[in-house]
Structures are given as structure tokens and as C-alpha cells.
Design a protein around this ligand. Structure first.
Ligand code: 7TS
Length: 393
């Protein structure tokens, strides 16, 4: 059976070149990068080369990059690290209701500790209005955290405009760029941000490794205390092979960025057009243009996303109903709820995310299966027969 992977936003396979770059650091080059002997120095050189590649890819200086275990750690470090470092200045943080849980959960934790969080409204495409940010900033605001692009609906936020407002008011600005680095141009100077989170497994690097950009001179406490690694900002022996793999993966992604963006945008728009043409009562979620080149998210009326997902899985097609991180709960997507998608439609939503190995043939195979399965599920759907969730009387 044909297998079609359309869940690249959840994770990507590592590229063969990335594996080749990593392999020596899992075998013969094993020294601890903090060791002073030649075994250690070999690992240290590899880490510093990777740091340079990451820094160069996003327009940062080498010493503004620290290595982490991924997007979750980077986000946690910024939220908690700034909160703890600046709590004497203020205890107010601004974010949005459509952030990944790796931002929202640290916010909920900080609320329990007495911090106050403002969740900015978003419009029906998921965009934040800069005027709302202007109004929300207070004297005691210490941090603004707004994602570069949303992982469920692909909407790209106007980060430059938002961060400029933060700069005028001298408030730190963090962006979770886990879905954008390696996919669309990201430059920390151009975006004018103080912190930016990166995760390697979203751009064909290994899982469990990431990076955090921290603008020089910015105050933030470490999350992990221990050894003196990463300029005392992140203790623990570095994941050498992972870091080398991330450097290689980002270097490759940047070298192919323009070509891949163009190819995926065409595929994305083809898929969107075909769904809208072939499947009635289907609604695109997110912004049509200000959107990640690889993201498609649709709500299909009268059916359940899970049923659709499982039926597609039986035909070898891997998609998701939203973020894989919340797929074990039946909680409706907080992103779709925040952009005002009616609850029945939220439950009938699917995310298709494309990547390096996605072809037009894969999409045609998926479209045929999707059309067939949607029709089948609708034929047996009580909602399609006019039932409602409420009982009369
Ligand atoms: N931030 C965003 C915007 C993400 O999309 C993810 C993972 C993370 C943070 C967490 O990164 P990690 O390196 O700790 O894994 N997002 C998804 C997703 O959309 N589906 O599965 C995981």
C-alpha cells in the first residue's frame, strides 16, 4: 500500500546528509566537549561549528545562541527565566491564546505564582492586531511572547510590527519560531526580537535538540542549574551529535529555502483549491496568504476529525487533527476555538502538513481518499440528517 506522510509539522524524518554528519559523533568522536584533552576538543570544535551555522542562518552572533533540548525547553526558559529575572520590575506578561502549549503551560504555571498574563485576541484568521498589543502593554509588563507562525493553522504573525511596539515601550519580545526556522526567512535583526526558539526536528534534524537565540545583554535566568556549559545559561553535557545534526539540517534548509517555499506553496494552493472544488461544506482555517507554505487546515462539516483521520490512516495516509502533543485528549483545539470556529466544526478539522518528500501524486492520492471517506462518513452521520446535540423538551 502507498504510504503518504502529511504530518511534517509534528515532526520530520532526518535527511541522509544529516545522519552522515551525525554518525561520527555517535561512534568515534565521543569526548566530552568540556574536557580539556584532544578527545574533548574534537567535540567542542563540532559544537562551535554548528553554533556558527545556526547563528548565521538567523542573523545572530555566535554567542547569542544556546543549545537546548527543543522548542519546549526554549519556550520554558524564556517564560520562566524572564519572569524570575525581572519579577522586581513587574509581573505582567502578554501572549496570545493560540500559542503552543509549550508557551501556554508555563504561563498557567506563572499565573499560579502570582504573575498576571494577558491573552491578546486574534481575528478569525488567527492574526494579532498590533493596536491590541499597544493597548495591553502596562508599566509592569516584562515580556511579550507571540509565535512566528501557528503550528495548527499556519498563520504567520506580523512579528516585526509587534516587536517594534515592544521595543518602543522597552519590553522584551520572544517569538516561538519552531514552525518557521528552515521553512521561511527568519532573521532576528529584521524581526527585532530578544528571544527566538528553534527546534531541529521540524527541519529534518534530529528530535530532542533545539536552540534559543538570546539577544546580547538580555536578562534571563537559566532553567537548568549545574555545570558551566553554554555560558552558564544551560547546564548539562551537550547533545553533540544532535547539535551537529541540527547545524547540518539548517544549513541545507537555508540553501534550498526559496525553491522549497515556491514548490510547497504551489502544492498547498493546489490541495486547497481541489478540496474546495470537490468537497462541499469544507472550510479552510487560517489565513489564505499569510500562511506557512506547507500548512493546510480544513474543517469538514457533519463529521468527526478522528474518524476521518483513522480512515485515512487505513489507506496509508498520516495526517493530524491538530497538534500531536494534545492528540491523546479529546479537548477541542484551543487554536480553532480561539479563532471562533464553531464547536461542531472544530471537531471535524484536519491538518495536512507537507514537506521535502511530498509530491503532487501524494496529494492526488490523498484527495481521492479524502473525498471518498468524507462522503462515506457523511452518509452515516446523524448530524447530516439534521440531528443536533441538544434534545428537545
Ligand atoms: N512550539 C511550536 C510552535 C510547535 O509547533 C511545537 C511542536 C513546539 C513548540 C514544541 O517543540 P518540541 O521541539 O519541544 O517538540 N509542535 C507540534 C505539532 O504541531 N504537532 O506535534 C508537535
Amino acid at each position: 500500500m502507498r504510504r503518504v506522510y502529511l504530518d511534517y509539522a509534528a515532526t520530520t524524518p532526518i535527511r541522509p546528509e544529516v545522519w552522515s554528519a551525525m554518525e561520527p559523533y555517535l561512534r568515534e568522536i565521543y569526548g566530552n566537549p568540556s574536557s580539556l584533552h584532544s578527545f574533548g576538543r574534537e567535540s567542542r570544535v563540532a559544537i562551535e561549528e554548528a553554533r556558527e551555522k545556526i547563528a548565521k542562518a538567523i542573523g545572530a552572533k555566535n554567542d547569542e545562541i544556546i543549545f537546548t533540548s527543543g522548542g519546549t525547553e526554549g519556550n520554558n526558559m524564556v517564560l520562566k527565566g524572564v519572569a524570575f529575572a525581572l519579577q522586581d520590575k513587574g509581573k505582567h506578561i502578554i501572549t496570545t491564546p493560540i500559542e503552543h502549549h509549550a508557551v501556554l503551560e508555563p504561563c498557567h504555571f506563572l499565573e499560579k505564582l502570582g504573575f498576571e498574563i494577558t491573552y491578546l485576541p486574534v481575528d478569525k484568521t488567527g492574526l494579532v492586531d498590533p493596536d491590541d498589543l499597544k493597548r495591553a502593554i502596562r508599566k509592569d509588563t516584562i515580556l511579550i511572547s507571540i509565535m512566528h507562525a501557528n503550528n495548527e493553522i499556519g498563520t504567520i504573525e506580523p512579528i516585526k510590527e509587534l516587536s517594534n511596539i515592544a521595543k518602543e515601550r522597552e519590553v522584551y519580545f520572544h517569538t516561538d519560531a519552531v514552525q518557521t526556522v528552515g521553512h521561511i526567512p527568519v532573521d532576528v535583526k529584521d524581526l527585532n526580537v530578544d528571544f527566538l526558539s528553534i527546534s531541529a526536528h521540524k527541519f529534518y534534524g534530529p528530535k530532542g535538540v533545539g536552540a534559543l537565540y538570546i539577544r546580547k545583554g538580555t536578562k534571563v535566568y537559566p532553567l537548568l542549574h549545574g555545570g558551566e556549559q553554554e555560558g552558564r545559561r544551560r547546564a548539562g553535557t551537550e547533545n553533540v551529535a544532535g547539535i551537529v545534526g541540527m547545524g547540518k539540517a539548517l544549513e541545507l534548509a537555508i540553501s534550498e529555502l526559496d525553491r522549497e517555499m515556491e514548490r510547497l506553496t504551489k502544492l498547498r494552493d493546489y490541495f486547497i483549491r481541489e478540496v474546495e472544488r470537490r468537497i462541499p461544506d469544507s472550510y479552510l482555517n487560517g489565513h489564505r496568504i499569510q500562511r506557512l507554505p506547507n500548512n493546510i487546515n480544513f474543517s469538514f462539516a457533519y463529521i468527526e476529525g478522528e474518524a476521518l483521520l483513522l480512515n485515512l490512516d487505513m489507506e496509508g495516509i498520516g495526517v493530524s487533527t491538530g497538534s500531536a502533543c494534545s492528540s491523546s485528549s479529546l479537548e477541542p483545539s484551543h487554536v480553532l476555538s480561539a479563532i471562533g470556529v464553531p464547536i461542531e466544526l472544530v471537531h471535524g478539522s484536519l491538518r495536512f502538513t507537507l514537506g521535502l518528500w511530498t509530491t503532487k501524486e501524494d496529494l492526488d492520492y490523498t484527495l481521492d481518499a479524502l473525498e471518498r471517506i468524507v462522503n462515506k462518513l457523511r452518509a452515516i452521520s446523524p448530524y447530516k440528517q439534521g440531528w443536533t446535540l441538544k434534545r428537545e423538551g
